[in-house]
Design a protein around this ligand. Structure first.
Ligand SMILES: [Zn+2]
Length: 164
């Protein structure tokens, strides 16, 4: 997000030189630099034996299922976000969270941090923002995820990781 005005005092920001970053929008009243940074999001492939957790959320993709995802909340670690989002959207606990790399989504200015995790315990209990949730055989997952390009790449990484 690019800042033009200070969100705290409303003053117009001025460019301030910051070494490697070049000029950064700066509020001389609050002495804060507003770096132009993408929004961090997490996406996680939750695995239970030979199945993977998929969701149906039409506001994201109309015709396909997706991996569980969510925004990182200020004040929490990314690992904590992964556990929290899975608990909130699916009602279950996970373990062995493993980082699989990141992808930048230009159209939404999002940095997507990708993970896989193992199901630990709990009964699936979807949040109201999810239309459907369920365990799909891993071998069928990519076929069910037509529109979710990032999700499909995550599933391919899961296959690699499991083979190791
Ligand atoms: Zn200010």
């Amino acid at each position: 997000m690019k800042f033009k005005y200070c969100p705290l005092c409303g003053k117009k920001l001025i460019p301030k030189y910051s070494f490697d970053e070049g000029n950064v929008p700066y509020c001389d009243h609050d002495d804060i630099m507003y770096f132009d940074t993408p929004t961090p999001c997490i996406i996680v492939a939750v695995i239970k034996e030979d199945k993977i957790l998929l969701l149906k959320q039409s506001y994201i993709f109309k015709n396909s299922k997706v991996l569980l995802s969510g925004y990182v909340t200020p004040g929490e670690s990314v690992e904590k976000s992964v556990h929290r989002e899975v608990k909130e959207e699916a009602g279950i606990d996970i373990l062995d969270v493993e980082y699989l790399g990141s992808e930048y989504l230009e159209e939404k200015d999002i940095i997507m941090l990708t993970f896989m995790a193992k199901y630990k315990d709990g009964i699936l209990n979807k949040s109201s923002e999810v239309e459907w949730i369920g365990w799909i055989p891993l071998k069928d997952a990519i076929g069910e995820m037509e529109e979710d390009a990032i999700g499909k790449r995550v599933v391919k990484k899961v296959f690699k990781s499991i083979k190791k």
